[in-house]
Write a protein that binds this ligand. Sequence first.
Ligand code: AFP
Length: 334
Amino acid sequence: MCMFPSKTLLQYLIENLINHPLQKELALIMSDLATIGKIISREVNRAGVAHILGQHGSVNIQGEEVQTLDVLANELCKQYLRKTGHFAALASEEEDGVVDMGEFGENAQYIIAFDPLDGSSNIDVNVSIGTIFSVHKRLPNISRTDEKQFLQKGSDQVLAGYILYGSSTVLVFSFGDGVHEFTLDQSLGEFLLSREKLRIPPKCPIYSVNESNTPLMKEHDVMFINFLKKDGTRTARYIGSLVADVHRTLIKGGIFVYPAIDAEHKGVYKGKLRLNYEAKPMALLLSQAGGLAIDGQQDILNKIPYSLHERTSLILGNADVVKEYETLSLTNNT
Ligand code: AFP
């Protein structure tokens, strides 16, 4: 067995600075996010033991029940990131409005949006969950706590990624020059490089969709899902944690489809996933890995959010198959 581990995240970030000296602060941000990931990973792993599983009893801005681990992860992210001094403002799935970083954020150059614990309905059953983050430059001439700071295009993200708490804890991120994966070695307490410049495989062997929603979908979405199943060459996988479904898609290839649905049976079709801290960061990773993420009609990276917690439909995965969806959607959109 090899005595020497692969490159640590810290080594990687330092080496990367030789080619990208201006990314110094982003490297520090990435290192801080990795530390948060280690702490959440520890808490997730001992959640059952510590009897901190279960619901917190409150309801978040999305109308969902908040889990204890969600609260813990959100508080940790807020408190830790505030003290780093890198962020002028912060937005979280668990917070109604923009979070002021106080004196720590006065001279900060970046803003961050995150979902501290995505896939929280899976917490109680030991299914993979994750933290998603999206970092932008702070906009000048706008108050740092103004929601407009977060109404920036996905293509302007300077750092995006996720930490997946699964059978191992994995960090996947991009500064916009490739996607890199690091796996947490619990014994060393270090993230070690496991995949550099990750590319989505060319084949699309998996489709991932919550098929219980088909009665609520538009006709062309149902047609597309039937097309994906038509020749029996694809298998179905759906976890219900975006981080886990995206990670599998990046590693194995495939397509994830969450179209707009008419959840209230009123003829009004709406997306479920959040643009700022679910769709945008995943879209950057997919595009950097050679894939594509769209809302049905346009690249997610080109969408300008109109509100902090805006929801969107999301179709991502192998670019050729995602484009087939786009064509069908554009010709059938009503
Ligand atoms: P929760 O955090 O409420 O579990 O939502 C998870 C999520 O936002 C995303 O991670 C999943 O891809 C998606 O929702 C699953 O939605 P459905 O439960 O409607 O399939």
